[in-house]
Design a protein around this ligand. Sequence first.
Ligand SMILES: [Zn+2]
Length: 138
Amino acid sequence: MSAGEGYAKPLPTVTHEDREFWAAAREHRFVLPQCRACGNVWFPPYASCPSCLSFNRGWTEASGRGTVWGFTIMRQPYIGSFEPELPYNVVLVELEEGPMVYSNLIGIDNADIACGLAVEAVFEDATAEITLIKFRPV
Ligand SMILES: [Zn+2]
């Protein structure tokens, strides 16, 4: 399957900064950039450490566990390809390792989503190249 074939929603553009992240996601692994100078872990995967600005970046396996820090329910079709899924949720998950990640929560009614809810990562193969990381209640 070529990029985007059969998948109507927007897909991320892979860059030199996040290529390793998307490659790991394709293998259903959740990795986070980690600074080899100070140990900081961050997301999204910028090339340099937002704490000490070092470019000496490695990768660490994330547990995939976190808690819902905030969320909203989308009820308007701001992006046309999302219209069939209305109303859908957008959550901000605070990972066990500290960084925050925007995603969607699956396997739960929108009315049951609450801040502090324990969640874990799941992998959605959008295309042959792109696997999205979503979350579900633990
Ligand atoms: Zn650092």
